[in-house]
Design a binder for this molecule. Structure first.
Ligand SMILES: NC(=O)c1ccc[n+]([C@@H]2O[C@H](COP(=O)([O-])OP(=O)(O)OC[C@H]3O[C@@H](n4cnc5c(N)ncnc54)[C@H](OP(=O)(O)O)[C@@H]3O)[C@@H](O)[C@H]2O)c1
Length: 375
């Protein structure tokens, strides 16, 4: 199910804390960076914080700039992004500023938490999600029922940790502030958990006053049927590669990337790459990977179009080549249409061979774009 793009935003001290243990909120960002945060808020459909942050900081979470609010109105958006919070207990202060400032609010909670929230008369929509709170259900609800396409998550650490370890964060915007907290009881940005192995991708660094903003993307593919944020990023890259293919009237333009479990790119390829007019994208990528590389067994192949099931030009189809290489997870944007090979079912071949195949239709239009001349 489609989710919003999830952007985690936080500021930390040099020793990795989100706050101190004093009664007042510790201001970590510089004034210039608070203005940047205001700009990011103005650009999203919703802002989410955990119940712990409402209790500790009593935040208002507004777009403070009148110009930015006016620009939102001019674009047909509500003046303020939807404010979202998450609580298992439902035990929140009805007088908290969160409920009484800005635009619409929504509380996601458990069935039990909803009873408590309603008894407290919180000024918000209350959405119970069952006995436990399921983040995928929450994100699907925000996407489908509230039209949220970009979600900014402003903490605290419990929320950030869950979204990152569950592979649901598309981006981390981290600000490093030049001060120390030094108190082991203070809240940390990330708690213990099962994080991706390997390295995240550093997308940007920016000095803002005396703080530094770092933007990271997760890189590690998912491990089963459920897509994670990095799966979307790699598939988007495969679609970009498809756009680089020399055009053809007799074959699709396709991009492919092979990615190890720790998020390391092993190889990439695209249709008709180099001087081979018959090359398929997956074939071109696999030809660059070391066939003895043990990482292939746990790697994922991303292909903008479903790998082919049959081909006249070469002895082995791309589905067979993928299985022969030992890869057992494939993510694609678009099932192969009947244009050249009627009834092709590369996904069926792959599944029969023991591979997991995910089709992410959110990327289908981008995968089709370089092939529009064929239809
Ligand atoms: N520096 C920064 O950028 C920044 C930003 C935000 C916050 N902070 C700091 O972070 C601290 C608060 O962070 P925190 O980690 O303690 O709290 P938090 O992440 O804001 O909220 C945790 C609470 O959210 C609810 N929750 C989270 N996951 C849940 C789940 N899966 N199911 C049900 N409920 C769930 C629970 O509420 P219930 O207890 O109601 O069940 C839980 O206690 C504060 O000190 C604040 O100042 C700093």
């Amino acid at each position: 199910m489609p989710h919003p793009y999830v952007l985690l935003s936080a500021a930390v001290s040099l020793d990795g804390y989100l706050d101190d243990t004093g009664p007042e909120r510790l201001l970590l960002s510089s004034p210039e960076d608070f203005d940047r945060v205001d700009e990011v808020r103005a650009s999203v459909d919703a802002i989410l914080v955990g119940a712990g942050t409402i209790r500790a900081d009593n935040p208002r979470l507004l777009v403070n700039s009148p110009e930015r609010r006016a620009a939102r109105r001019a674009r047909g958006l509500p003046e303020y992004p939807l404010k979202v919070t998450v609580s298992g207990s439902g035990d929140l202060d009805p007088a908290a500023a969160f409920w009484h400032t800005g635009g619409d609010k929504i509380l996601y909670t458990t069935d039990k938490g909803a009873e408590r929230a309603r008894s407290l008369g919180l000024a918000t929509d209350v959405v119970p999600l069952g006995t436990e709170l399921d983040w995928r259900r929450l994100l699907t609800h925000l996407h489908d029922q509230r039209g949220v396409r970009r979600l900014m998550v402003e903490g605290g650490g419990v929320i950030h940790t869950q979204l990152l370890t569950q592979g649901l964060a598309d981006e981390l915007q981290l600000v490093l502030a030049p001060l120390f907290v030094g108190d082991p009881d203070a809240p940390r940005l990330f708690g213990p958990g099962s994080y991706q192995g390997g390295r995240l991708r550093l997308c940007e660094t920016r000095q803002i006053g005396d703080v530094v903003l770092m933007r990271y993307e997760p890189t590690a593919p998912g491990t089963g049927e459920l897509p994670v944020a990095a799966d979307h990023h790699w598939l988007a890259l495969a679609c970009e590669l498809a756009a680089q293919c020399p055009p053809s009237q007799t074959a699709f333009s396709v991009g492919a990337v092979i990615v190890a479990a720790d998020g390391t790119e092993l190889a990439r390829g695209w249709s008709r790459e180099g001087s081979d007019p018959l090359a398929h994208a997956e074939e071109a990528a696999l030809a660059k990977a070391d066939p003895d590389d043990p990482r292939l067994a746990t790697a994922t192949v991303y292909s903008s179009l479903e790998p082919c099931a049959r081909r006249a030009s070469r002895p082995a189809s791309c589905s067979r080549l993928i299985l022969q290489a030992g890869v057992r997870r494939v993510v694609t944007a678009w099932r192969e249409p009947d244009t050249f090979v009627p009834g092709a079912d590369g996904s069926g071949v792959l599944r029969e061979g023991g591979a997991t195949v995910l089709v992410l239709p959110e990327h289908e239009e981008r995968a089709k774009a370089p092939n529009s001349h064929l239809f």
